[in-house]
Write a protein that binds this ligand. Structure first.
Ligand SMILES: O=C(O)CCC(=O)C(=O)O
Ligand SMILES: [Fe+2]
Length: 292
């Protein structure tokens, strides 16, 4: 069965009927990927030069932009280019926000804006530690930025100029991932959350939820036999397309591709139409504990 639900739009600011919007929310909450095959992010002529890995710092896999502080991280360029790169990321961020606001009206008042990223480095063949290796199936969990149960909702746009698709593997549903990896999650050491916060290793408190999600993330990536044998499908996101996915729930791995833009949003579970489908509620049900 296909994991994609298609949204037919050419514009970031299209309006959607209540019916389309309901179906889109139902699909994304069930762990499907909303795929917009003809929704392209348009570069201005003088932005084409940014389609080069040379603009990312050598060790960085992406350039990240914080719209709230207007700071760009891991970009390597002159001040003039830095400002134009920022303008490009700002525009993408605003368009991605427009799209999710129009597609998910019930989320609007609760949705929080996260980072914007530009990924100009080819994914295939990149060397990294297993924990940072996104070519292994995983659900997203961030060591330094606990999300305390909130959903991670991401908009991606493939802006590859050479016709190269972004190849993902998408794995089994979250309920199965959780059932498989929960038994090997170790207990969170008492006091560790406060210590991590005090040492500034985390930006906010690492809740029991964050602890479990990080261990599931690491457990999945460490298990090479799981990587090969878990139920999975390849998906090729064409250049000129965009997609929306909740990466805390959907097991995914980016196998190859270059030049993608990404915008992260956080959504409190209470804003979902069906909160029982969230990783938080599923893990609480499986463990019989409150995790945040
Ligand atoms: O860059 C990509 O295509 C996806 C990488 C990934 O795992 C993520 O952004 O969560
Ligand atoms: Fe990921």
């Amino acid at each position: 069965m296909s994991l994609l639900t298609e949204i037919n739009t050419h514009e970031w600011n299209s309006s959607y009927s209540t019916d389309v919007s309901k179906k889109a929310i139902d699909a994304i909450e069930r762990g499907r990927i909303l795929y917009c095959p003809e929704l392209a992010f348009q570069l201005l002529p003088d932005e084409n030069e940014f389609l080069s890995p040379a603009f990312a710092e050598p060790k960085a896999k992406n350039i990240s932009f914080n719209r709230n502080t207007q700071l760009l991280r891991c970009a390597k360029c002159t001040i003039e280019k830095y400002d134009r790169l920022k303008t490009m990321l700002q525009r993408f961020s605003e368009q991605a926000e427009e799209l999710v606001h129009r597609l998910f009206p019930p989320y609007v008042s609760a949705l929080q804006l996260g980072r914007t990223s530009f990924r100009p480095v080819e994914v295939a063949g990149r060397i990294s530690s297993y924990r940072k290796d996104d070519t292994r199936l995983h659900v997203d969990a961030f060591p330094a930025t606990p999300n305390q149960g909130r959903r991670i909702l991401r908009v991606f746009a493939n802006i590859n100029p050479e016709g190269q698709a972004r190849h993902w593997r998408v794995g089994e549903p979250f309920s199965e991932v959780a059932a498989r990896f929960l038994p090997q999650v170790s207990k969170q050491w008492v006091g560790s959350a406060s210590l991590l916060k005090w040492l500034r290793l985390t930006k906010s408190k690492r809740t029991a939820y964050d602890h479990v999600m990080l261990q599931i993330h690491d457990g999945m990536k460490a298990d090479l036999s799981y990587q090969q044998t878990a139920a999975q499908q390849s998906i090729y996101f064409a250049p000129g397309s965009s997609w929306i996915v909740q990466t805390d729930q959907v097991s995914h791995a980016a196998m190859s591709g270059q030049h993608v833009l990404e915008q992260t949003f956080y959504l409190p579970v209470s804003a979902m139409i069906n909160p029982a489908l969230s990783p938080l509620k599923m893990l609480e049900k499986l463990t019989g504990r409150i995790l945040t």
